[in-house]
Design a protein around this ligand. Structure first.
Ligand code: HCA
Ligand code: CU
Length: 374
């Protein structure tokens, strides 16, 4: 797996989430936390969006973070100038290229689209900024037209072209195919930005990298327009299990849970119970067959290790799905030795009780103690 860079866009795409209304203090705290986590870029709302956006952009730049602070800009010279003036180290330009958006949004044909991108791109390159041009709705754009646009911006010297799955419609195989074609067509870096409307954002980000993309957009908890984009946590988990050396030691995984809590609190929302890695049940094991194997080898039913993220696994012993290995293990932890017959009998008892309601660990322990004393 070749190197890849993470662009966190919690303070741009994430700000477009219906539930997000970040104040200055929230933004500064989040920028620091995302920087501390180790992402490579921080994308912020364009300073040209409003006076407040501009003031906040400048305050984030003043933090002097290690990560590069880039502005998301329309293909308008004044927007690029505002980004330069606000101290951005790069700009992410975007423009719709699909027929449906071209017609519904800006009404330009492909050549006119290329003509619009030129001046702001040249201004940014001239000012020494790192530049990216992203085709909005790339996956509903005609293949030949998409490559025509990318070749044109590459000829102007753009550092990176981006494919945006703006409506979350792309399948993983389509992402792989498209990115591979772009990889053949241009020499510059390639970014991917994927929405999660059909639940493919993580898989798509992975396929993009596998096909040659160098940069991926994520946000904390995946927040963004509608249901959002590739979540940082699930993305690092995905990459961790295929390219651990590209993740461990590079990103401060143990800070993920706190980072997500910070975003959830700033938005006034809950973290989903089954969120990848940090959800309350992410490392809970319940069925007897699973518990038995987990007691032998913790990799048997875990894709990523909770310890890497500072998380803990839990074994749920008091359910009707429990098994005698888990029950005997729980007993040993209490200093009680059970023979095979006893383990079998107590397991049956716990299952009967749990058919009424699941037993807490304390209740399981009480059943075990009472049985052994009886
Ligand atoms: C939008 C734009 C965008 C841009 C992505 C990018 C998208 O908010 O509509 O700059 O790469 O999803 O197309 O977020
Ligand atoms: Cu987007």
């Amino acid at each position: 797996m070749h190197p890849f860079r993470i662009i966190d866009t919690t303070l741009r795409e994430g700000e477009q989430c219906a539930c997000a209304h970040f104040g200055l203090e929230d933004k500064l705290a989040l920028a620091r936390a995302v920087d501390a986590f180790g992402v490579d870029y921080l994308e912020l709302t364009s300073p040209a969006a409003s006076p407040r956006a501009r003031a906040h952009f400048e305050r984030v730049v003043e933090l002097g973070l290690r990560t590069r602070v880039v502005a998301h800009c329309r293909c308008v010279v004044a927007d690029v100038q505002a980004a330069i003036d606000a101290g951005a180290t790069g700009v992410g330009l975007f423009f719709a290229t699909s027929r449906v958006l071209r017609e519904a949004s800006h009404g330009r044909n492909v050549q006119q689209t290329i003509d619009v991108i030129g001046p702001p791109l040249e201004r940014a390159i001239g000012a020494g900024l790192e530049t990216r041009f992203s085709a909005e709705d790339a996956f509903r754009t005609d293949d030949a037209e998409l490559l025509e646009v990318y070749r044109a911006v590459a000829a102007l010297g753009v550092h990176r072209v981006g494919l945006a799955d703006t409506v979350g419609i792309a399948t993983p195989s389509e992402v792989r195919r498209r990115v591979a074609r772009v990889r053949e067509a241009v020499r510059c870096d390639i970014g991917f930005h994927g929405h999660n409307d059909t639940g493919c954002a993580v898989a798509n980000a992975y396929e993009a990298i596998a096909a040659g993309a160098t940069h991926v957009d994520v946000s904390v908890l995946g927040i963004g327009e509608r249901v959002g984009i590739t979540p940082l946590g699930a993305f690092v988990a995905r990459m961790l299990s295929v390219a651990p050396d590209r993740v461990v030691g590079r990103y401060r995984l143990e800070q993920l849970a706190a980072l997500e809590r910070q975003v959830a609190e700033a938005m006034g929302v809950q973290i989903p119970f089954n969120n990848c890695v940090t959800g309350e049940v992410a490392f809970s094991h319940k069925a007897g067959t699973h518990l038995k194997a987990m007691l032998q080898d913790p990799t048997s039913y875990e894709a990523v290790s909770p310890e890497l993220f500072g998380e803990r696994r839990t074994f749920i012993v008091g359910s009707h799905l429990t098994g005698r290995h888990a029950v005997a293990h729980r007993a040993r932890a209490l200093g009680l030795q059970l023979d095979a017959q006893q383990a079998q009998a107590i397991t049956l008892r716990i299952k009967q009780l749990a058919d009424q309601h699941d037993l807490s660990d304390e209740e399981v322990d009480r059943v075990l103690r009472e049985w052994v004393l009886a």
